[in-house]
Design a protein around this ligand. Structure first.
Ligand code: ZN
Ligand code: ZN
Length: 200
C-alpha cells in the first residue's frame, strides 16, 4: 500500500447537482420549496453528509431545471440518458478533471424497455443519476437515508464497483424498497478494498 493512500484529499470528489421538475415552472432555485419533494436545505445537506460518510468528497451545486428534451409527454416521465448527457456537459464546464457528477432528481425517470429506473450510472465512468420519486416515505429520515443509499450505490458503480452479494452492503442490488431499507449506507470491507483509493 503506497504511503499517503489513506491521507486527506484522495477520496473521489462528487459534485451533487439537483435537477428539478418544479424549477421549470417556478423560479425557486435556492429556496427550500425548490428542492426535490420539498426537501429543506438541511435535508439536502444531510444527504450530502451521508454520501460523504461513505468515503466521498462531496460538493453541492445549485439546483437546475431538468433538461426539457428528457421529458416524454406520453409517459409523463423523464428519460435518464438525456439527463446523463446534460450531467456530462455540466462536469466539463466545472473544469475539474478529477470530479464525478451525481444528479439528484425528483422526476420519475426511465429508460426504454423499463417502466422506471431508480438510478443509472456509467460503470467506471463520470456521471450518475438518482431519482427520489420511488423512495418516498412519510418518514423524512427514511427518505433521506434511502436517497443516501441509492446515491452511494450509483457512485460505487461510477468508481467501478459491480454488485455485491452481501445483503448488508450498499452495492447489493435492491430488488425492492425493503432490500434497500435493510442494507447499510456503506461499502462492505470487500467492496471497500476493491474501491481502494477511490474512497477515503
Ligand atoms: Zn446497481
Ligand atoms: Zn460489498
Amino acid at each position: 500500500m503506497p504511503a499517503g493512500r489513506d491521507g486527506p484529499g484522495v477520496a473521489t470528489r462528487v459534485l451533487v447537482l439537483p435537477f428539478l421538475t418544479v424549477l421549470a415552472e417556478r423560479k425557486l432555485a435556492g429556496s427550500p420549496a425548490g428542492l426535490p419533494f420539498g426537501l429543506t436545505m438541511d435535508e439536502l445537506n444531510g444527504i450530502c453528509a451521508g454520501i460523504r460518510a461513505a468515503g466521498f468528497d462531496v460538493r453541492l451545486m445549485p439546483p437546475e431545471p431538468l433538461p426539457a428534451e428528457s421529458f416524454h409527454p406520453g409517459r409523463q416521465q423523464y428519460r435518464s440518458s438525456p439527463i446523463l448527457d446534460r450531467a456530462r456537459k455540466r462536469l466539463e464546464e466545472a473544469h475539474d478533471l478529477m470530479a464525478k457528477l451525481l444528479v439528484l432528481t425528483d422526476a420519475d425517470i426511465y429508460e426504454p424497455g423499463l417502466s422506471f429506473t431508480g438510478g443509472m450510472a456509467e460503470l467506471g465512468g463520470k456521471v450518475a443519476v438518482v431519482s427520489l420519486a420511488r423512495l418516498q416515505s412519510g418518514d423524512r429520515t427514511k427518505l433521506i437515508l434511502r436517497t443516501v443509499k441509492e446515491a452511494v450505490h450509483e457512485m460505487g458503480h461510477v468508481i467501478g464497483l459491480e454488485h455485491c452479494r452481501n445483503s448488508g452492503c450498499v452495492m447489493f442490488q435492491s430488488r425492492s424498497i425493503a432490500d434497500s431499507d435493510v442494507k447499510a449506507a456503506a461499502f462492505c470491507a470487500k467492496c471497500k478494498s476493491v474501491a481502494g483509493r477511490a474512497v477515503g
